[in-house]
Design a binder for this molecule. Structure first.
Ligand code: BG6
Length: 470
């Protein structure tokens, strides 16, 4: 639909930016922090580990000051479970609590709303050693951890996110360094426990914090059929059920998506359910759906004896499932230097699909482009490609809002350069450049990129700079 004029962004729109603890903080073994799965990884060849990252733990005040200068109204970050509970349960590490208290207070000093993710890929190692999410007892562990967060930070944090990209941990856990299962049945058993833990924690949040809101944060993508063949459309629906709706139907409606369930049954990988589990799922209600959007996916039909194609270097492509769907390239879409398809219109499409399906407000918790940013001779970063990416995506979001979709805020990835999940520091996402190389830490100075000033102007004026293409 074309409009003569797009709706304005609401005055209280949460223009923000995003990070996660293990990708930005560093200080991996300081002030009593316990080990996490990410600390125990062997990074891919020529790729840094997460030990120092962007050293945000030590430079937090300077970073928040820059976020304030950029004009952020919100900052979405994650709490490292192993900083709060070094062993995953039991003894609390007061220094961990102190760090996040300082961060939250510093943000509020500049009127930046903290949006807190409780778990972003970094499970405490002691829990992972026991099998991680495979043990049903981890549901209690996650609840206890959540209670500590609500008790300590709930007076100031009004937006909570349960689990970052639970669907990606299930579908690409090997690339994310989160995999602790031995087979697919175990993976979906772990998924079931995460769904239960999430539901319990959403319920707890509503019990403990009357004016806070909580929601999930999956990675959601519209799925296109490769052609107008009905079989391709069916394959697209299969993949959408397995990558998107399985997670959100369980979170919002408290039910297992029937197509996804049929797939699990056919593959003999159904999770074991206990009496009362569906009741637990139904009892936890999100206030909004937060989601990360990077790109769309295109699939074609697949026959049961087709071979499995798997690009192990790209977590966005995923595994094709013979007899269910086959992921294909979309020749209509340009790509980032890291080979991810760029699809701003897909962003509008998925915003509409999500809102129509669940009728809950939406919060964008990630969207962005990884680039090989380099300082020029004047010591500047002219990241026009990033500006163009954001310009197009924000315009499509505004169109979706004009279509009637309720969006609470937009928190692109990432506020500042940090380490990619599996492609190192060379893949930069930030509005702020961090002066380090893959292995050489240099001086770690912070340098605002051109996109920093572009986003600053957008937030100040509460509108997309330049000509709006309706
Ligand atoms: C999201 C994750 O999937 O994508 C982030 O929540 C991640 O942790 C981001 O960094 C970008 O992906 P990548 O693989 O380029 O780091």
């Amino acid at each position: 639909m074309y409009y003569k004029k797009l709706k304005d962004f609401p005055k209280d729109f949460l223009w923000g930016a995003s990070t996660s603890a293990y990708q930005v903080e560093g200080a991996w073994n300081e002030d009593g922090k316990g080990l996490s799965t990410q600390d125990m990884l062997t990074p891919p060849e020529n790729t840094t580990d997460f030990k120092v990252a962007s050293d945000h733990y030590h430079r937090m005040k300077e970073d928040v000051q820059l976020f304030a200068e950029m004009g952020l109204k919100a900052y979405r970050f994650s709490i490292a479970w192993s900083r709060i509970l070094p062993e995953g349960r039991g003894k609390i590490n007061q220094k961990g609590i102190d760090f996040y208290n300082r961060l939250i207070d510093e943000l509020l000093k500049y009127n930046i709303q903290p949006i807190v993710t409780m778990f972003h890929f970094d499970l405490p190692w002691s829990l992972a050693k026991e099998g991680g999410w495979i043990n049903r007892s981890i549901i209690e562990d996650f609840k206890d951890y959540a209670k500590i967060l609500f008790e300590n930070f709930g007076d100031r944090v009004k937006y909570w996110l349960t689990i970052n990209e639970q669907n990606m941990m299930v579908l690409a856990g090997n690339l994310l360094g989160t995999k602790t299962s031995k087979n697919l049945q175990e993976t979906y058993q772990q998924n079931h426990h995460m769904l239960l833990a999430q539901a319990e924690v959403m319920r707890l949040c509503h019990e403990m914090l009357l004016d806070a809101q909580i929601g999930p944060a999956p990675n959601i993508s519209p799925v296109y059929p490769a052609t107008n063949k009905p079989e391709d459309m069916l394959a697209a629906e299969n993949w959408a059920a397995l990558r998107n709706w399985l997670y959100l139907d369980a979170c919002v409606k408290g039910i297992y998506n029937s197509t996804a369930w049929a797939f699990l049954e056919e593959k003999k990988i159904l999770p074991n359910m206990e009496k009362g589990d569906l009741h637990i799922l139904k009892a936890g209600k999100p206030d909004f759906i937060a989601f990360n959007y990077y790109n769309s996916t295109t699939v074609s039909a697949s026959l049961p004896d087709d071979s499995v194609k798997y690009d192990k270097y790209d977590k966005k492509k995923m595994i094709s499932e013979p007899g269910v769907y086959e992921v294909v390239e979309n020749s209509n879409l340009p790509k980032t230097p890291f080979n991810w398809e760029i699809d701003p219109v897909g962003f509008r499409i998925i915003l509409r699909q999500l809102y129509d399906r669940y009728h809950l407000p939406l919060l964008i918790t990630e969207n962005g482009i990884g680039l090989y940013d380099e300082l020029d001779e004047d010591g500047k970063i002219n990241d026009d490609i990033r500006i163009d990416f954001y310009q197009q995506h924000i315009m499509e979001m505004q169109k979706a809002m004009t279509d009637g979709v309720e969006v609470l805020g937009y928190n692109p990835w990432s506020a500042i350069d940090l380490i990619s999940t599996h492609e190192g520091f060379r893949k930069r996402y930030g509005f702020i450049y961090v002066n380090r190389k893959e292995f050489d830490l240099l001086d770690m100075n912070r340098i605002p990129k051109k996109s920093f000033y572009w986003y600053q102007k957008l937030i100040r004026e509460n509108k997309v700079p330049g000509k709006i293409v309706v």
